[in-house]
Design a protein around this ligand. Sequence first.
Ligand SMILES: [Fe+2]
Length: 280
Amino acid sequence: MEIHPFGNSIPGVEISGLDARDMDADTVERLSLVLAEHGVAVLRDQPLTPAELAALGRRFGQLEPATREQYWHPDQPEVYVISNVVVNGKLIGNPTDTLSWHTDQYYLARPTAYTLLYGIETPAEGADTMFASTRRTYEALPNARKAKLAEIRVRASHSKLYAGKLTEEQIHNFPDIVHPLVRVHPITGAKFLYFANPRGSTVLGMSEEEGLALLREMFALTTPDEFVYAHKWRPQDLVIWDNRGLLHTATPFNKERYRRIVHRVSVVGEKPLCAAEAMA
Ligand SMILES: [Fe+2]
C-alpha cells in the first residue's frame, strides 16, 4: 500500500494500492498506525457489500451497534444506514446530518475508537465530511497552558445532550461519565484534547460560563479552515477515521435534488486515560 498525506497542517492520507476486502494482519496493523498518526485514511474505488464492511470493521475491534435500531441495515445489523432515500414510503436510513463538530459517542465510558464510512450514493455537491485534529491544537499550546488543561475533567452526559428525547431506559443505560480533557492515544502515546458538544458537557470545577468559554475556545482553535480536511465523496469511497485526536462534522446538501446513501460501522474503543493514568 502507498500512503499519500494531505499536508502538514491538515489531517488525513489517501491510501492507494490496497483492497480493503483482502488485508493481512500486518496490513491492518500498519493501517492502525497510519490512523493513529494521521487521523483519517481515504481509500477510493472499494467495492464493499454491507457484510464486507462489517467484516472490515471487526478487523479493528469489537463493533458497536448503533443506538437507533430503525436505521440498522436489514441484512447486516452492525451496519448503520445514513440516507435521505425513501422506499415504499419509508426512509431507508437516518436522514439527519450532524452539522456540528464532534467526536463519536463522547458520552460512553468506552467511546468509539474507529468509524468506517462507506459511500454508496453520494451527492455531486455538499455532504462533505470534514476533519480537524485536536492533537495539533494541543501541541500548538504553550507548555503552561498544556499543564493547566491536563488538570481538567469534563462530565459527559448523554441525558443532558438529548434532554427531552430519551426514554427512562435510555437514560438508565447511559449514565454520566467523566473524561480527562487531555487524553493519551493508546497506540502512539501522543497527547490530544478530548472534548465534544458543550450542550452535553460540564467542565468540572468551573462555572457554567467559564466551562462553556473554555470548550468554545478549544473548538475555535481546532477548526479554522486551514486546519481542516474536507472529504468530497464519490461512490465506493471508504473513509476510516480514528476518533481519538480528531473532530469531524458534515456540510449540508440539497436533499430535494440529490440522493445520499452511506453505510457506517463503529468500533468500540477504550476508557479514555490522562497521562498519569496511561503511565500507571
Ligand atoms: Fe460522527
